[in-house]
Design a protein around this ligand. Structure first.
Ligand code: NAP
Length: 255
């Protein structure tokens, strides 16, 4: 039997890629689309809703979310409260929000995923970075995205820094008395690591993790050249969350 899917944010760049992937997979059935601003009532026979409350009681198993950081938490909570397993790519969650949503998923016995990055190469980059950080504690992260991205730093950069900080002895990058003659020159700080955000037209989603040591350096880099790079992960997640009873943070937990 096919898995019934809702896509929230279907008019956006990621939402459009997800629409194509879901409609091309005969194991998935698209049953509803959500966008608060469109006047369309249906797309190729699939009903379009403006308000999430209109979806209460709908026969669907999975809520795919590629919306905006401002509504992602609220949407994920709504999905869990209404029996839809969330597969969320929208970024901007705090660790407290993730912990709260995980607890809610357990009480509802629903699977779910919040993934800062659905590209398999990016998941591997994060794992390689955590591995390298055990031996190379001096590290800075540069994330590069298209210039329409609303939040900074990227969820992938934050997740990478979190994974690194689990294995790296906490230390402040740079000299103790360094100063910035232009505010922000040294980037954002996470546990002493620096995260730099680049926004340019033409980019999709890219990240470098740069390690430095005595007389040597190691650079890990991942590039998503096209949003199709995220769809293998989204497809896998839709098929996995329906078998689970707890929300997880990071695609690696479903691989
Ligand atoms: P986008 O093109 O701006 O798309 C977001 C869409 O959501 C827009 O069409 C927006 O409508 C719509 N929207 C706003 N509020 C909504 C609501 N309450 N309910 C439903 N839809 C709503 O952005 P994008 O590039 O697709 O990215 C979407 C999110 O995914 C971002 O947070 C981005 O960082 C993240 N992302 C994640 C991954 C990953 O692998 N996890 C990869 C790439 C991007 P309006 O434009 O009319 O406001």
């Amino acid at each position: 039997m096919s898995i019934k899917v809702i896509i929230a944010g279907f008019k956006g760049k990621m939402g459009q890629a997800a629409y194509k992937m879901v409609t091309e997979d005969s194991d998935l059935e698209l049953v509803a689309l959500l966008d608060p601003f469109t006047s369309e009532k249906e797309v190729a026979g699939v009903p379009v809703f403006n308000q999430k409350e209109e979806l209460i009681g709908l026969d669907a198993q999975v809520w795919v979310d590629f919306t905006t950081p401002a509504v992602a938490y609220e949407n994920t909570r709504f999905a869990l409260e209404n029996g839809f397993a969330p597969v969320v790519g929208t970024t901007g969650f705090t660790s407290e929000e993730i912990a709260e949503l995980t607890e809610l998923s357990r009480s509802k016995k629903l699977g779910g995923l919040i993934a800062p990055n659905f590209a398999l190469g990016a998941v591997l980059l994060m794992q390689f970075a955590a591995q390298a950080a055990k031996y190379f504690p001096d590290v800075e992260i540069i994330e590069l995205h298209h210039d329409q991205k609303k939040d900074a730093p990227s969820g992938t950069a934050v997740k990478t820094a979190e994974l690194i900080s689990q294995v790296r002895t906490s230390k402040q990058q740079g000299v103790a008395d360094e100063t910035e003659s232009l505010a922000g020159a040294r980037g954002a700080e996470f546990d002493g690591m620096r995260i730099h955000s680049v926004r340019l037209p033409g980019l999709v989603a890219h990240q470098e993790v740069i390690f430095g040591s005595q007389g040597e350096g190691l650079t890990l880099r991942h590039d998503s050249y096209d949003r199709v790079s995220f769809m293998t992960g989204v497809n896998l997640a839709i098929k996995e969350v329906v078998k689970r009873a707890e929300l997880v943070y990071g695609l690696e937990h479903l691989l």
